[in-house]
Design a binder for this molecule. Structure first.
Ligand SMILES: [Zn+2]
Length: 289
């Protein structure tokens, strides 16, 4: 398979279930596909997808990182690293995560953030058409950023993916699409609309996967602690009455309606969920006032 950027990285981990296959063959058998903005976004925000495929026969996880990691913050021992060097460091960290998590395939598209934020950017569109079009009937679920994220690149990434999926013939579109937490969690969704994904399996693996991204953690952000802490908090705070049935939960938003109905705007769909929150808060205050 051919990707638009010369620095794009196509990596089939030797530790994974597709070792020895071409990237196209590894993509074609994918059951769980995560397409996300940055190196470390998969491991922080979509761990349940990785866990669902980890050492499970017949399950194949493919991770796609859209941007090149150039503009990331840096301090400490990474303070003097140039943008070009940082891109290589982050590429290698992502490869290491793919090794540890035994992914079927890891693609890093190496686009500039600015290009991901542009509707219809030809290189981004061509890559996403190749990726979504290259998956086969085994594809069970696609994981994207959620539309109410507060990071422009995350939202751009979600919108470009939605455009690419909608461009596919109906019978080739993924059956299920979920939006995962990132730079905004999903606690604002009504409980009935939260997709609670079990993030409890293999806690050591979960920690190792977020710990790989040293260049980011050394930049002064404890993403490793924050990622695990959010999952534990989600599990406990989901319901005030029920006993915790799992130790760690990642929330997702069901985006499948946007794929089924291409006339439904992402904006209207998302704001309808916010209206539900407004009604819930207003209703409770009124009832008890
Ligand atoms: Zn990100």
């Amino acid at each position: 398979m051919k990707l638009a950027r010369p620095e794009a990285d196509l990596y089939v981990p030797a530790t994974g279930p597709s070792a020895g296959l071409t990237p196209a063959a590894a993509l074609a058998r994918t059951t769980h596909l995560c397409v996300i903005a940055h190196q470390d976004d998969i491991e922080i925000n979509a761990y349940p997808a990785v866990a669902e495929c980890y050492e499970k026969p017949g399950k194949y996880f493919t991770g796609v990182v859209m941007t090149n990691g150039a503009g990331s913050a840096r301090t400490g021992r990474f303070a003097h690293v140039t943008d070009a060097e940082m891109q290589l460091i982050r590429r290698d960290e992502q490869r290491r995560a793919a090794d540890i998590g035994k992914y079927s395939l890891q693609l890093q598209l190496a686009h500039a953030s600015g290009d991901v934020k542009k509707p219809g950017h030809p290189g981004v569109a061509a890559d996403l058409a190749a990726i979504f079009g290259g998956c086969g009937p085994a594809l069970e679920c696609v994981y994207l950023h959620q539309p109410a994220d507060k990071h422009d690149t995350h939202v751009g990434c979600f919108l470009r993916c939605l455009e690419a999926i909608r461009a596919l013939p109906r019978d080739q579109r993924p059956r299920r699409v979920l939006g995962v937490e990132g730079w905004r969690d999903l606690d604002w969704l009504a409980d009935a609309d939260k997709v609670a994904m079990n993030a409890s399996p293999n806690p050591k693996l979960a920690e190792e996967l977020v710990g790989v991204f040293e260049s980011q953690i050394a930049g002064g952000k404890r993403y490793d602690r924050a990622a695990i802490g959010r999952r534990v908090a989600n599990a406990t705070m989901l319901s005030s009455h029920a006993v915790d049935s799992v130790e760690a939960v990642s929330f997702a938003m069901d985006l499948t309606p946007l794929v089924v109905d291409e006339k439904l705007s992402a904006r209207d769909f998302t704001l309808a969920h916010i209206e539900k929150l407004r009604a819930d808060v207003g209703g409770r205050l009124e009832k008890l006032g």
